[in-house]
Write a protein that binds this ligand. Sequence first.
Ligand code: NAD
Length: 280
Amino acid sequence: MGRVDGKVALVTGAARGQGRAYSLRLAEEGAAIVAFDLCESVPGVLYEGATEEDLAETVALVESIGGEIIARKGDVRSPGDVEAVVAEGLDRFGYIDVLVSNAGVSFLARSWEISEDDWATQIEVNLTGSWRVAKAVLPSMIEAGRGGSIIFITSGTAHRASGNMAHYASTKSGLEGLCREMALEVAPYRIRVNTLQPTAVRTPMMDNQGLWELFTPGQDDRSLEERRQGMLDLMSQFNILEVPWVQPEDLANGVLFLASDESSMVTGSPLRVDAGYASH
Ligand SMILES: NC(=O)c1ccc[n+]([C@@H]2O[C@H](COP(=O)([O-])OP(=O)(O)OC[C@H]3O[C@@H](n4cnc5c(N)ncnc54)[C@H](O)[C@@H]3O)[C@@H](O)[C@H]2O)c1
């Protein structure tokens, strides 16, 4: 008996990184998956976006463990794309019990140097996009009368400054507020809303040349591998457990808990899977 047997989960940003790990872990424990991803790079973001091949790989991995999955390419910035994937999920599976609102991008700049375009895109993808997907899922969740679980992936930056992330941190802090408000409103329907707050995570968003260089200023004489190691050494000081970052699989266990009935009395709350990042 799986821990989320019979449930259906919509996972945004499912092509790679955390979204892939969430899809796999939930499928392992019996959930059917509706996977959604942009599968393109976002202009202004320093690292490459996911691809359609990445999304196909998530599908193949879920199917290889016997899971059920449908996948659609689309943008959380587009109400039409979001409504289409929700409709497709409902058409195929009948209901959606769990939303893992995970799609996101990360721009980097000091607060006074952020362009109007980058600010707008950052807010539109991470904050407005997350609200938009939840808004699209909730009416059918309420109507189905099965309860439900909405999980927003936020970040330690919602609590602690790290520099160059004013726009990003604003989206993650905003999601914490959205979580509390939404949790209050949907509680009468036995729908719970929580956030999962990671520290740095080993995914392309964090493990890329732009960040290795940002963390090791003025060290152009060092190799890229040395600069990456320099970044990891610095990041290790931010967490109280002796790790520079956590793995997507560490977070997937947290998402599984919040998606399952084991957390039936947990709502309006952040779950920190952050190696102690926000505790000091
Ligand atoms: N990596 C970290 O250190 C870290 C730390 C804390 C929180 N987070 C958050 O975790 C979440 C997942 O990020 P990740 O680390 O797996 O990075 P990632 O870049 O590997 O994955 C993000 C996924 O979101 C998708 N995506 C981006 N914009 C989209 C859009 N407009 N519509 C649909 N899909 C879109 C991407 O294509 C990608 O597959 C993000 O919300 C991120 O902000 C990441």
